[in-house]
Design a protein around this ligand. Structure first.
Ligand code: SF4
Length: 175
């Protein structure tokens, strides 16, 4: 099946990092959703390419994730993979529970191998995109890898202010 046709993956989660200092601004709760069809050479998270890696997520695990975000010093939730936009039943459930609990008081960052422009024009994926604050987009390209560039692995990837970009209809960098 082609990447564009994989929407819901297997509802599996690879890892939860309750306190991350590298996946976005501030201290954040990071979650890694399982399954990615892109097979980028040099992928930083090879095992999470498999859609059944880790465990099938449950209500209790989602509640645990939300509870990790409660502390005042947690700025928000970061969703990585795998490919969150190919595991959308799970990603959108977590996002909607997060927004129900925190509204816009805490932020959501998402890492994806898709390009922003594609996501904005795919009806179902747009539904998830519009709930996100910051998107790091594009596949990892190993010959464009540079160590130490904030929040991305290779130079082709962009750190995008999603809400502003959607409002004005063109991609605006968050930083
Ligand atoms: S998009 Fe990310 S998780 Fe998927 S293969 Fe590429 S680097 Fe790995």
């Amino acid at each position: 099946m082609q990447a564009l046709q994989i929407y819901d993956g297997q509802y599996h989660i690879a890892k939860i990092e309750p306190h991350s200092f590298v996946d976005g601004e501030g201290v954040r709760c990071s979650i890694y959703l399982s399954g990615c069809p892109f097979s980028c050479p040099g992928c930083y998270n090879l095992h999470a390419q498999k859609f059944t890696y880790g465990e099938r997520c449950s209500d209790a695990v989602i509640e645990e994730i939300i509870s990790y975000c409660e502390a005042d010093y947690i700025e928000g939730l970061s969703i990585l993979g795998g490919e969150p936009f190919c595991n959308m039943a799970l990603a959108t459930e977590i996002i909607s529970r997060f927004r129900a609990r925190f509204g816009k008081a805490k932020s959501i960052w998402v890492w994806t191998g898709f390009m922003f422009e594609y996501l904005a024009n795919d009806q179902r994926r747009y539904g998830m995109l519009k709930e996100i604050d910051v998107l790091v987009d594009g596949p990892f390209v190993d010959w464009l890898y540079r160590p130490g560039i904030p929040f991305r692995g290779s130079l082709n990837q962009r750190v995008i202010d999603v809400q502003y970009s959607l409002r004005i209809g063109t991609v605006m960098d968050y930083m």
